[in-house]
Design a protein around this ligand. Structure first.
Ligand SMILES: [Zn+2]
Length: 383
């Protein structure tokens, strides 16, 4: 499952020819900064794509390896995420989007424990607080507390040198209207909804992805829309939930209430191979694998997904790998992004991180569409 970037490029080469794909790839160059990208989901996707692009260009004898991606900074309020971001990527990490002002050019950095430079970036990935829009949340939408944070982010983007902004949120987020209104009409939008299952992964996580770009600086030069680009990379599910139980772990101790809940699960009309023991089957709230045997959409409360066959809970690290985040040397070797530094992180924090994470092949698909689709509006002078 960590081979997704290579599979994407090979599929595109089959459709459009390797020469065409290579000619787009050699022009690709980004400064990437992220905002609420959690444990580095956008970073991991971008670096995996870079590795796959290098291998692709080498194989097709175009140009030698080049640096497509430079990761500059992340803004993330979750302390455990900051710890992982700092240890894994070493880039600057800023914690407060509300007080962060791109115009100031300098802000307190939690990675380097001093004021660091906020560099203007070409590409940004924002994952705003989704709770106010989520079906599971209070659904206060723009009246919710996260709105201040969203507005600060969009104001920052509007006043920055950025020419592309990528936004991920729950499907209920009215992104097209909100982002267009916040950024203004010079920005054009491409929007798509994606679930990792359409790429063959056995985990559910339908999300809205939005690409906003400055129409005076860039044009979308397809020859695809964002929607049709995603469709081209569609693939059959060949995995199941069991692929996520990959760690060798002892049986879990169940509390008395867990045992009771499990008994209620087994009495209910729908039985699960993997039951969520944080939800109560007795009051009809039972939850588990989806009808097509995939992991349900993870939330920050998904710490007790229990298999009666394996007689244990899914571990936090396994939950992170369900988003295809590299958690072992082997994963890292295949996908070409660094292994997440998780040693000092407690399981409850790993669970929370995975509930707030993005699916890497989904973000990766969007980032690859950006890398291949944009052309500058004005050609630079050649002499
Ligand atoms: Zn720094």
């Amino acid at each position: 499952m960590y081979r997704w970037p290579k599979i994407y490029l090979d599929q595109l080469a089959a459709c459009f020819g390797a020469g065409f794909v290579a000619s787009r790839l050699v022009k690709w160059k980004w400064n990437l900064s992220t905002c609420f990208s959690g444990v580095g989901c956008a970073e991991s996707a971008a670096l995996s794509l870079q590795t796959a692009a290098r291998r692709f260009l080498k194989k097709h004898r175009k140009m030698s390896a080049m640096d497509h991606v430079r990761i500059t900074s992340a803004c993330e309020i979750d302390k455990a995420c900051q710890e992982v971001l700092g240890a894994t990527y070493g880039h600057c990490c800023f914690e407060d989007i509300v007080t962060m002002d791109m115009g100031k050019k300098v802000c307190y950095c939690t990675t380097h424990k001093k004021n660091c430079v906020l560099e203007p970036d070409l590409e940004d990935t924002n994952r705003p607080v989704c709770v106010d829009y989520s079906l599971m949340g209070k659904r206060e939408k723009e009246k919710g507390k996260s709105q201040v944070c969203h507005q600060a982010f969009y104001d920052n983007m509007k006043n920055s040198q950025n020419s592309v902004v990528v936004v991920e949120n729950v499907c209920e987020y009215d992104g097209e209207r909100i982002v267009q209104q916040a950024l203004g009409n010079i920005w054009k939008l491409e929007v798509v909804r994606i679930d990792p299952r359409i790429f063959g992964f056995a985990s559910a996580r339908a999300r809205m992805y939005l690409v906003a770009y400055r129409s005076d600086k860039l044009r979308w030069a397809g020859p695809w829309t964002l929607q049709s680009f995603v469709e081209m990379l569609r693939s059959r599910v060949e995995m199941s939930v069991w692929d996520y139980f990959w760690m060798k772990l002892p049986k879990s101790q169940l509390s008395q209430s867990n045992e009771q809940n499990l008994a209620d699960y087994n009495k209910s009309s729908r039985t699960y191979m993997v039951a969520d023991l944080n939800q109560y089957a007795a009051n009809g709230r039972g939850r588990g694998e989806t009808k097509d045997d995939c992991l349900p959409t993870l939330t920050t409360g998904s710490g007790r997904l229990y298999s009666q066959e394996k007689r244990r809970f899914l571990h936090g690290t396994e939950l992170l790998t369900s988003h295809v985040l590299p958690c072992t040397d082997e994963h890292s070797k295949i996908c070409g992004a660094p292994k997440l530094e998780l040693q000092s992180i407690a399981n409850t924090n790993l669970v929370r991180m995975s509930g707030n994470a993005m699916s890497i092949p989904c973000v990766g698909c969007i980032l690859l569409a950006c890398a291949l689709s944009f052309q500058p509006r004005t050609q630079p002078c050649r002499n």
